[in-house]
Design a protein around this ligand. Structure first.
Ligand code: C6P
Length: 403
């Protein structure tokens, strides 16, 4: 990959922060957006903005065609069988809430679901809400000190009441790449379904929902070079067909009357109200961009940065890395001595370096490691070894000040 030319696609990377060149290492929170995607959004607003699925007029038809082409683009991207299996949502969080609320209505008191200790809150709280409404039981897979899930413990959690496993493919804190295909096979052998949270995976590894054995797969556009406010729920068609609607409103109905209402066909049954049709079309452009770079090339590049940064960070006295699994994505969580993660983040920001600090919406995982938060650096296609060098130099300065 030609990193210079990739960087030229992201004008934001040439700005200054606190008088320093921006070094953007908060990609696990949101990646930046390339010109091709932003240009597409501008083009739509200036030339083609109209509501979808409603109008007979030209603009509406163009908007509808673009949205349905985007759905087909997403289908190909993740290897789903049909566009009926691709639901547009507002993001990973809404996708999981949809599954928990809708599939959850098919569960009964005493049914069990399995989560892991490294889930993002958006893959915990919707299930807790369901537990309080339906009396389902939540079981949790532990992980070891490296951040590797305990698969023996996982196997032992199954019972005849286990209905669903919901697991992240990549931990947003530790970077652990979980063996989700193996976990799905185990779940299926017990007759349970699997929901895979792909929020931290889709921009960094080739995803094929069928090869993974995903019954549901969820992700967000803003973490994969796309616009904010759009996400995807992939669901196996036979499952989506049996699930009740999530929200009611326009677009999701067959016919409405006060004596009874029928639902639209898939995927529209799950898309109440006006969808983010601009965002959906722009997500398709982001997929074009990512696949244009080649996801494998991106993964190789990020992995090289991960190894380079990790090896240098290990030489900084007092710096501890959280997440040392053998299979890791390019996410590095760490603490320096007793320094508060927030102070480290502020000092790095003064040097133009954007990292995330805090619990990263994974408080049970923080509890597991006996900490309140970490500093987290995460890489994307446009990051460079020169940036890693600057990051390491900055960490040495911060360590000298705080430890
Ligand atoms: N993690 C992070 O900085 P939304 O906010 O709906 O787009 O994505 C939620 C989500 C779900 N699962 C995982 C594994 C995630 O990493 C995230 C978002 C961001 O780590 C923001 S908290």
């Amino acid at each position: 990959m030609n990193i210079d030319s990739i960087r030229a696609d992201f004008p934001i990377l040439s700005r200054k922060v606190n008088g320093k060149d921006l070094i953007y290492l908060d990609n696990a929170a949101s990646t930046q957006t390339p010109r091709a995607v932003v240009d597409d959004i501008e083009y739509i607003y200036y030339n083609r903005k109209a509501n979808v699925h409603r109008g007979v007029h030209c603009l509406s038809q163009e908007a509808t065609a673009a949205m349905e082409e985007a759905r087909e683009r997403v289908r190909r991207f993740i290897g789903a069988d049909s566009v009926e299996e691709i639901i547009f949502t507002r993001g990973t969080t809404e996708s999981i809430n949809l599954v928990a609320s809708s599939y959850g209505l098919l569960l009964n008191e005493g049914d069990e679901i399995i989560l892991t200790v490294m889930e993002h809150h958006s893959n915990i709280v919707p299930w807790q809400l369901l537990a309080s409404r339906r009396g389902i039981v939540i079981k949790v897979v532990p992980c070891d000190e490296r951040g590797v899930l305990d698969l023996d413990a996982y196997r032992a959690l199954f019972s005849p009441r286990t209905r669903l496993v919901s697991v992240t493919q990549v931990s947003n804190v530790l970077g652990t790449v979980n063996p989700v295909a193996e976990m799905a096979a185990i779940a299926h052998s017990h007759g349970a379904l699997v929901c895979i949270d792909g929020a931290q995976a889709v921009a960094h590894t080739k995803v094929d929902v069928k090869a993974l054995g995903a019954d549901f797969y969820v992700f967000s556009s803003h973490k994969m070079y796309g616009p904010t406010g759009v996400g995807i729920l992939y669901g196996r068609r036979d499952l989506l067909e049996t699930m009740p609607p999530y929200q009611g409103g326009g677009e999701m109905i067959g016919h409405v009357s006060f004596s009874g209402t029928t639902w639209a066909e898939l995927p529209f049954k799950f898309e109440a109200g006006t969808p983010d049709y601009v965002g959906a079309a722009a997500l398709a452009k982001a997929i074009d961009y990512l696949e244009g770079l080649g996801i494998e090339n991106v993964a190789d590049h990020e992995h090289e940065l991960l190894e380079y940064a990790t090896s240098l960070m290990e030489t900084i006295p007092g710096l501890r890395i959280y997440g040392t699994a053998p299979h890791k994505s390019a996410v590095i969580s760490f603490l320096i001595g007793d320094a508060h993660h927030y102070d480290t983040g502020i000092l790095l920001d003064q040097l133009g370096i954007a990292v995330r600090t805090g619990h990263h919406c994974a408080q049970p995982l923080m509890e597991r490691f006996g900490i309140e938060g970490t500093v987290r650096a995460s890489f994307a296609a446009y990051n460079t070894r020169v940036e890693v060098d600057a990051f390491i130099a900055a960490l040495r300065r911060v360590a000298a000040m705080l430890v």
